[in-house]
Design a binder for this molecule. Sequence first.
Ligand SMILES: N[C@@H](CCC(=O)N[C@@H](CS)C(=O)NCC(=O)O)C(=O)O
Length: 219
Amino acid sequence: MSSFVLYNYFRSSTSFRARVVMHLKGLAFEYKAINLLKDEQHSAEYLKLNPLGGIPTLIHDGKVIPDSMAIIEYLEEIHPSPSIMPKDAFLRARVRQVCEIVNASMHPYGNLKVTKYLGQAHGYTQEQKDQWVQKWVIQGLEALEKTLPEFAGKYCFSDQVTMADVVLYPQIITCQRFHVDLSKYPTVMKVFGNLDQHPAFIKAHFSRQIDTPEDLRQP
Ligand SMILES: N[C@@H](CCC(=O)N[C@@H](CS)C(=O)NCC(=O)O)C(=O)O
């Protein structure tokens, strides 16, 4: 039987991507918590696994796979059922495009190392950090709202949970944390609301992990 170890952190959106795909595919894993607030991602031991000091990292039967997109693509390849990609090549390309909007044009701006730097080097307050994140993620949200109506059903691509949903859902939680006004994105928020009810997304949610602090826990 193969073994999976996932280095992750309850609140990290990229960790969520890996966790939810493990749950969607029914794969058990050992949860290794890396506390970003204690800078454990930059320990010499962890940097050997993930040279950029980012989470998550997956270890599968001793093989190291850093980076959430590499992890979820890998899981899809080794456990293709249930699939998180459409059968049609054009739709698969568009799923990847949606992932790219989030991964390249939204996620990096709210990353801890970025907002921490803004505070340390430029004296940004929390309110100024919120404004910084809002400025950039709104461009991504607008692109998503232009893209999704053509494809969305219950989820981003009809009624099948795909990689696009896996990447979108935790990014919306990050947007909420930075007080982004999400009322202007009805398709995005309809999909988010549906994913919020999905058992795998409920299980992978930041409020239900072994390293979730008591005050952020939900049943
Ligand atoms: N492209 C990487 C990004 C990984 C990443 O930066 N993750 C964040 C958490 S969401 C992190 O580890 N941040 C640590 C830091 O900012 O020091 C991935 O998708 O795995």
